[in-house]
Design a protein around this ligand. Structure first.
Ligand SMILES: [Zn+2]
Length: 293
């Protein structure tokens, strides 16, 4: 046995344990709802992790932020910079609900070709059907498999179900792998799902998040929120009062740029990606500590 690999695997297991113990995940429910080994596998397959020096890191930053609910949605910005983003502002695209993470996929924006809700639905269907056809190509299974697979809660894009929204975020449902394990070994399940999951999130990134960003920046300008006013905000004191809503959601007081530059430099140095998670965990508990002061 290679002792270095052995110690590395222990360190990775410990980092994975602290990762899924992060408050933002435990707030969703029992850790047993999610397939953490599968989530780990899918994340470690992101090309950006391996080719950061040559590749574009934007997509993997999107995936990590999405997973950790750190994307700069309006709700997050309202918490981070309440002096720029007023708390009663709703989603600029539909003006019907606060723009939080889940709203990105359920926003009923009026223009059909740019409607995030319709795009999300069609991408979930595509992801589900590609998974199904890939598994069926490996093994001859009767129609009950197909029916039961499509009826899994994580594919319920109509409601959408919490597990469908969690899947969108990158949290692989335990019930999905438990179901597939009846017919396939875990290694095959992950190998099939991982690239399709990546393609699914690439579409979310390109067709929903980037489009939303273009619209959002135009909206910010119309509200008089310029790059300069955001920079000025950095020198302001953060608000002393922290609402109870704030505790549950995101890293409002932590500069996102600081952890991105940290994680990028660590990857360039060749560190194991999972060792970064301990850093993320420390960031995550920080707002909770503040809340007790
Ligand atoms: Zn909306």
């Amino acid at each position: 046995m290679n002792i270095r690999h052995f110690l590395r695997s222990i360190a990775d297991a410990r980092a994975l344990l602290s990762f899924y113990s992060i408050a933002r995940f435990t707030a969703l429910g029992s850790p047993s709802l999610f397939d953490w080994a599968g989530i780990h596998f899918c994340l470690s397959q992101i090309k950006g992790f391996a080719s950061h020096k040559n590749g574009r890191p934007e997509f993997w930053i999107f995936r990590i932020k999405l997973l950790l609910d750190m994307l700069p949605t309006l709700t997050t910005l309202q918490q981070r910079k309440p002096y720029l983003y007023f708390p009663d502002w709703l989603c600029p695209q539909c003006n019907s609900a606060p723009e939080d993470l889940n709203h990105l996929w359920t926003c009923p924006y009026i223009l059909l070709e740019l409607n995030p809700c319709l795009t999300h639905r069609s991408e979930v269907v595509k992801f589900r059907d590609l998974c199904l056809s890939s598994f069926l190509s490996l093994k001859l299974l009767d129609s009950t498999f197909q029916t039961a697979f499509c009826a899994l809660d994580c594919w319920d894009y109509e409601t959408p179900s919490p597990s469908c929204l969690w899947l969108t975020r990158g949290l692989l449902s335990a019930h999905l792998t438990t179901f597939l394990k009846q017919n396939f070994p875990l290694s095959v399940i992950y190998k099939i799902i991982s690239p399709l999951f990546n393609d699914f999130q690439v579409k979310l990134y390109g067709d929903i998040w980037l489009c939303r960003n273009v619209f959002f920046h135009a909206w910010e300008e119309s509200q008089g929120i310029s790059a300069a006013s955001k920079l000025r905000g950095l020198s302001s004191k953060p608000p002393i009062a922290i609402s109870s809503q704030f505790h549950n959601s995101s890293l409002a007081t932590v500069s996102q740029d600081s952890w991105i530059s940290w994680i990028s430099s660590s990857i360039i140095r060749g560190g194991s990606w999972i060792s970064h998670l301990d850093f993320l965990r420390r960031l995550t508990v920080q707002p909770l500590r503040i809340s007790f002061w």
